[in-house]
Design a protein around this ligand. Structure first.
Ligand code: FCB
Length: 419
């Protein structure tokens, strides 16, 4: 959305924040991921954030952020289908209270990849999942007080690609037809959760956190590579946004007929949360699934992250332009880098924030930037050594130590905030 009022850079009230997710910090014995990844057997409570949360929230103060995105761990709140742990809900309320006492606006994610074990047995392609998720949503939204910003689902497409097409995330299925069913059920849940949240918090701001990426053909002279990158961009970035505008979801896999289905989410978006990390290069390869081979390449010399993702700050501009045509303000709900090299982390942050500032000056209505992440944590397909934190963690002693990027972010916030 183009704002006519502000084109001078960061507006007053801009959210400078940090994003985390519960499981990646706390673990949980009753979550599907706890047994999915054997490496967690030795570190079941990961950074012990569930006990050390006060110290960790103190780091937010040290950084001077004015907002914090975190998630609720469903499997702690509802360890069995008929068992509610009200102390766990009170724990998350305590986090909200501490944030508010420190003038930090909470943004709460209801679902960030993990599920209780009892839920994942049938998972999202079972229609009963809708009622189960909405029951959990109604419970937490009716109890938790003083939260205006809500994310229903973190990265619904990543959940489907990982859980239902690649099979690298729970429930570990590799099949298109349950994948489409699961996606539709998740979107139905978003639409209904949107209404539940608004019935309790009339002025709520509700979104999903949509992972968006830049795409490029492997070889720009090759028509098959160009075709694949166009298809991937529409599927990954745009199809969900169009569904929010039209109530219809159009899925086009390469070399297959497009599938179109109605999804009751039209207009059920108060802002758009954008998670941006990287660019992907696509090449046609008949020996790969759906003919797609995907790679990261260091084309512009910014390098790759420790997870092999291309550092591509200009991609942020591209996705923000793409996301801005949908009539709602944007918030960057995640952006960060896997590295233990502080200089690289600082450069990554600076370059992305510079791009963001240029987009604001073009008139794109962007309301916040949440850096991923506060402290080193468990990274889904990578384990404990990704190094996303502004504070590093020694996983044996659990000591948190500021990296140079923490001081840099604190300074950047001071310099770029409008008063
Ligand atoms: C995002 C996830 C987040 C984290 C970062 C690195 O896709 O939402 O949980 O793992 O990637």
């Amino acid at each position: 959305m183009v704002s006519r009022h502000w084109n001078k850079g960061f507006p007053p009230g801009f959210f400078w924040g940090i994003a985390t997710s519960a499981f990646q910090l706390e673990g949980s014995a009753n979550a599907d991921w706890a047994s999915w990844d054997q490496t967690l057997a030795e570190t079941p409570d990961i950074t012990q954030h569930y006990d050390l949360y006060k110290e960790d929230l103190g780091l937010l103060k040290e950084l001077g952020v004015n907002s914090y995105r975190f998630s609720l761990e469903w499997s702690r709140i509802q360890p069995e289908e008929n068992v509610w742990d009200y102390e766990a809900i009170a724990h998350y309320q305590e986090i909200i209270n501490i944030l508010l006492e420190n003038n930090i606006t909470p943004m709460v994610t209801i679902h960030h990849f993990t599920h209780p074990l009892w839920f994942i047995k049938k998972a999202w392609h079972d229609d009963a999942s809708i009622e189960k998720f909405l029951c959990y949503t109604e419970k937490v939204v009716s109890i938790l007080k003083n939260v205006k910003y809500w994310i229903t689902f973190n990265e619904p497409y990543v959940l489907i690609l990982g859980g239902y097409l690649e099979g690298c995330m729970p429930p570990g299925i590799k099949d298109v037809s349950p994948a489409l069913k699961a996606l539709r059920n998740i979107l139905i849940c978003h639409g209904k959760a949107y209404d539940i949240i608004h019935s309790h918090v009339p002025d709520a701001m509700v979104s999903v956190a949509h992972n968006m990426a830049a795409f490029a053909p492997w070889n720009r002279w090759n028509p098959a590579d160009r075709f694949l990158s166009k298809i991937a961009k529409y599927f990954y970035n745009h199809s969900l946004l169009d569904a929010f505008s039209t109530g219809r979801l159009r899925i086009q896999f390469p070399f297959r007929r497009a599938i179109e289905t109605s999804v009751p989410i039209k207009g059920k978006l108060d802002f758009l949360g954008v998670n941006y990390y990287t660019r992907m290069h696509l090449r046609f390869n008949p020996f790969r699934r759906m003919g797609i081979e995907l790679r990261h390449r260091d084309i512009e010399g910014y390098g790759l992250t420790d997870m092999g993702w291309e550092i591509h700050p200009q991609g942020l501009k591209r996705v923000l332009i793409q996301a801005s045509g949908h009539g709602v303000p944007l918030i960057i709900t995640e952006n960060g880098i896997a590295t233990r090299n502080d200089r690289k982390k600082i450069k990554f942050m600076k370059r992305h924030v510079d791009v963001l500032e240029k987009c604001l000056k073009r008139g794109i209505d962007i309301r916040g930037y949440f850096y991923w992440s506060l402290i080193d944590n468990y990274e889904w397909l990578r384990g404990l050594d990704a190094g996303f934190g502004l504070y590093s963690v020694n996983f044996e002693t659990l000591e948190r130590k500021p990296t140079a990027a923490a001081a840099y972010y604190a300074d950047l916030i001071r310099r770029r905030s409008s008063v």
